[in-house]
Design a protein around this ligand. Structure first.
Ligand code: PMP
Length: 361
C-alpha cells in the first residue's frame, strides 16, 4: 500500500497532520464552536428561492467580483465601509489563506500568540510561510507590552491576532491591536470570527481601519450567523489590500450558489443573529457553573469557554463522549473547551461535567 512517505510530497509538508477536529454523529456536538441553533425556516425558504433562481444560470460563471455580496457585507458591517474594502471567500479559512498567499510565502514569517487557532500554523505551512507562536500573558490575556516585545524579537511579515481568541475566548483591547499595528512593519490581521458573541458594546477592530492600511479585520458567517455549512467568510481592509488578494484567488472562487445563499441570509441578518443573545447567556451560565464546581473558566467573549482544573482532560473528554456529548480536548494541560449550545445541550454538558468537578457537587 502506498503511504504519504512514498510520495514526492514537499519536504516542508512531511510529518505534518491535517486539521482534525473529530466529526462524529452524537446527540450533543459542542466541539467546533458552531451555532447549534438551526436557521429559521422562513429564512431557509427565502434562501432556497434565491439559490433556485441562481441555478437557472449555472451555465455561466458567477460574478467574479461578487459585487452585490461585497456591498451587502459593507452594509452589514457599517463603520462607513465601502464595497471596495471588502473581500470574501469560502469560509474565513480561505480568506486567511488568500492573505497568507499574498503577504506570506517562502522566506517570510507569520507571528501569532499561542494557544491560538490551529489553522494559522497549517495555513502558514501550506503557503510556505514560517509560523512562530509567541506566548501570552497570565490567564491567556495579551497586553501591548508582551505583543510588541514579540514583534521586536521576531520581526514578522504578518501578525495574526484573534479576538476573541480561539481556543481561549480572550478578547483583545484596542490598545493592544493599535500597538501591534504601530510596532509591526507588515500586515496585521485581527480575526474576529466570534465578534458577534462579545458583550454588547464591545468595539470591533473595524473602528481602527481608518488610517491603518496594513490592518485587516476578518469575519465569518460560520458562527453567529449559523451558516457554517455554506462556507462564507469575509474581511474588511484598505482597497489596496483587496487588490493584492485578487492576485492569488482562483477565478470565480465564490460559486453563484454560495453568493445567492449568502445574499439571502444577509437580507435576514436580524433573524439569523436572533439566537446570539441566548448563546451568550448560555456561555455565561457555563462559566458561572464551572466556577461553582471548582473548575477555572477563562474570560470569554466568544460562544465557547475554555476551562482549566481538569484532571486527565482526555479521560474526561472520552467519558463525556461515551454519553453522547462531544467537546474539545485541544491538548492544553488540564484544560478542555466547550461550545455554548442550546439551553438543553448546555444542561446536558453541565450535568455530565459535574461528576468530574474538583470540588464535588
Ligand atoms: N477563525 C477562527 C478563530 C475560527 O475559530 C474559525 C473556525 N473554527 C475560523 C476562523 C474559520 O471559520 P470558517 O472558515 O468556517 O469561516
Amino acid at each position: 500500500m502506498t503511504t504519504l512517505d512514498d510520495l514526492p510530497i514537499r519536504d516542508d509538508l512531511r510529518g505534518r497532520s491535517p486539521y482534525g477536529a473529530p466529526q462524529k454523529a452524537v446527540p450533543v456536538a459542542l466541539n467546533v464552536n458552531e451555532n447549534t441553533h438551526p436557521i429559521p425556516e422562513a429564512v431557509a425558504h427565502d434562501i432556497v428561492a434565491r439559490v433556485a433562481a441562481a441555478i437557472l444560470q449555472l451555465n455561466r460563471y458567477p460574478d467574479r467580483e461578487f459585487s452585490e455580496l461585497r456591498a451587502a457585507f459593507a452594509g452589514y458591517l457599517g463603520h462607513d465601509l465601502r464595497a471596495a474594502q471588502i473581500w470574501a471567500a469560502n469560509g474565513s479559512n480561505e480568506v486567511l489563506q488568500h492573505v497568507l498567499q499574498a503577504f506570506g510565502g517562502p522566506g517570510r514569517t507569520a507571528l501569532g500568540f499561542g494557544p491560538t487557532y490551529s489553522m494559522y500554523g497549517l495555513l502558514s505551512s501550506g503557503t510556505g510561510t514560517a509560523w512562530v507562536e509567541a506566548p501570552r500573558d497570565a490567564e491567556f490575556e495579551l497586553g501591548p507590552e508582551t505583543a510588541v516585545a514579540a514583534i521586536r524579537e521576531h520581526d514578522p511579515d504578518l501578525v495574526l491576532l484573534c479576538s476573541p481568541n480561539n481556543p481561549t475566548g480572550t478578547p483583545l483591547s484596542h490598545e493592544t491591536i493599535a500597538a501591534v499595528v504601530d510596532a509591526a512593519r507588515g500586515i496585521v490581521v485581527v480575526d474576529e470570527a466570534y465578534h458577534e458573541f462579545a458583550d454588547p458594546g464591545t468595539p470591533s477592530a473595524l473602528e481602527l481601519l481608518e488610517g491603518r492600511p496594513r490592518l485587516i479585520v476578518s469575519r465569518t458567517m460560520s458562527k453567529a450567523f449559523a451558516f457554517a455549512g455554506a462556507r462564507v467568510g469575509y474581511l474588511a481592509a484598505d482597497p489596496a489590500v483587496v487588490d493584492a488578494l485578487r492576485l492569488v484567488r482562483l477565478p470565480y472562487h465564490l460559486s453563484a450558489l454560495t453568493q445567492a445563499a449568502a445574499l439571502a441570509a444577509l437580507d435576514h441578518s436580524a433573524e439569523m443573529l436572533a439566537m446570539v443573545d441566548d448563546i451568550r447567556g448560555q456561555r455565561e451560565r457555563i462559566s458561572d457553573e464551572l466556577s461553582r464546581l471548582g473548575f477555572h473558566p477563562y474570560r470569554s467573549g466568544a460562544n465557547f469557554v475554555l476551562f482549566g482544573g481538569v484532571d486527565e482532560p482526555h479521560r474526561v473528554f472520552e467519558a463525556l463522549l461515551a454519553r453522547g456529548i462531544l467537546i474539545r480536548d485541544i491538548g492544553l494541560p488540564g484544560c478542555l473547551r466547550v461550545t455554548a449550545g442550546t439551553e438543553a445541550e448546555t444542561t446536558a454538558f453541565l450535568e455530565a461535567i459535574a461528576e468530574f468537578a474538583p470540588r464535588g457537587d
